[in-house]
Ligand binder design. Structure first.
Ligand code: IPD
Ligand code: CA
Ligand code: CA
Length: 267
C-alpha cells in the first residue's frame, strides 16, 4: 500500500509543481475569506484518488476536497492533495501532498511529498521514518531556550482566536525561535527530520496530520494533545516534539486556563 501512496503523491506533486502560476479559479471555503481553494487542489485530489481506487477499489477515503467514501471499510486513505494552499497560490514553494493510511482507526503508513525539493518522506508503523530512503531521527535538543519551534494559525483566527495568539506569545518568550511556514504536514516532517524541535497547532484536520504524526513517532518523537493525552487525528489540538522538550511545551500550553484568552480580536 505504501508504494501506491508514493505513486499517488509523486503524481499529484508533479501536477502541483507544473500548476504554479497557472491557476484559473480561486474560491473561498466554508465562508472564510482566508480559506482558499482552486481547481488545482481538486485536480490533485482526483489524480490521487484515481490511483488509489485503481489498486484498492473497496478501501475507504477521507479527502479534504471530496469528503468521505466507504466509511465502514477496514482501510481508510486520508488525503490532503495540497497542503499549503495559500503558499501555492502566491508561488511560495512551501507546499506538499500528504497521504495517511488508517487501519481500523490506527495510522499504519504515511507519505509526504514535497514537489519543490523532490523530497519524499515515508513511514510505516513499527518500521521507522525515512527521507528519500534515509532513516530519520528527531533532534536531541533540550530546553526551550535552545529549541526552534513551529506553529500555524487557523484561517478563521480573526473570528475565533481562541488561545492561538496567546500560546504564540508564550512560546515566543521561552523558545530560541518560532517559525510559521504554512504547511502543517511539512512542519511535522521537519520535526521528524530533527530540523525543528517542536510543533503545535490548533484546529487542524485529520488530513493535515495523519501522515506527519506517524513520521514524528517513527522518528522517535512524541505526539499528544495540549493536555498530554494521546493524540487523535480527529481532535483539533496537536503537539509534536522530539520528546525531550514535550513536557516543557505542555507546561507552556497549560499555563493559561481554558477561557483565559487575552488577545482576542475585537468584534
Ligand atoms: C493548512 C496548512 C497550514 C495550517 C492550516 C491548514 P491547507 O492546510 O497546513 O499550515 O496552518 O491550519 O489548514 O489549507 O493549505 O491544506
Ligand atoms: Ca492542509
Ligand atoms: Ca489542502
Amino acid at each position: 500500500m505504501i508504494n501506491v501512496a508514493i505513486e499517488a503523491a509523486r503524481e499529484a506533486g508533479k501536477f502541483l509543481r507544473y500548476s504554479v502560476g497557472r491557476v484559473r479559479n480561486v474560491e473561498t471555503k466554508q465562508g472564510e475569506e482566508r480559506n482558499l481553494v482552486s481547481e488545482i487542489d481538486r485536480g490533485s485530489e482526483e489524480r490521487i484518488i484515481g490511483i488509489i481506487r485503481h489498486h484498492y477499489p473497496a478501501h475507504g477515503i477521507l479527502a479534504e476536497e471530496s469528503g468521505t467514501s466507504s466509511p465502514d471499510a477496514e482501510y481508510r486513505w486520508i488525503i490532503d492533495p495540497l497542503d499549503g494552499t495559500t503558499n501555492f497560490l502566491h508561488g511560495l514553494p512551501v507546499f506538499c501532498v500528504t497521504i495517511g493510511i488508517e487501519h481500523r482507526g490506527e495510522i499504519v503508513a504515511g507519505v509526504v511529498y514535497d514537489p519543490n525539493t523532490d523530497v519524499l518522506y515515508t513511514a510505516e508503523k513499527g518500521k521507522g521514518a525515512y527521507m528519500n530512503g534515509k532513516r530519520m531521527k528527531v533532534s536531541s535538543t533540550s530546553g526551550l531556550i535552545n529549541s526552534l519551534l513551529m506553529t500555524g494559525f487557523p484561517y478563521d483566527i480573526a473570528e475565533n482566536p481562541g488561545m492561538a495568539v496567546d500560546h504564540f506569545v508564550d512560546f515566543l518568550m521561552e523558545a530560541q525561535g518560532i517559525r510559521r511556514f504554512g504547511s502543517a504536514a511539512l512542519d511535522l516532517c521537519f520535526v521528524a527530520e530533527g530540523r525543528l524541535d517542536g510543533f503545535w497547532e490548533v484546529n487542524l484536520n485529520p488530513w493535515d496530520i495523519a501522515a506527519g504524526i506517524l513520521l514524528v513517532t517513527e522518528a522517535g518523537g512524541a505526539v499528544s494533545d495540549f493536555d498530554g493525552a494521546p493524540l487523535s487525528i480527529y481532535r483539533k489540538k496537536v503537539l509534536a516534539s522530539n520528546g525531550v522538550i514535550h513536557g516543557a511545551m505542555l507546561d507552556v500550553l497549560k499555563k493559561r486556563p481554558p477561557g483565559a484568552a487575552k488577545n482576542a480580536a475585537p468584534h
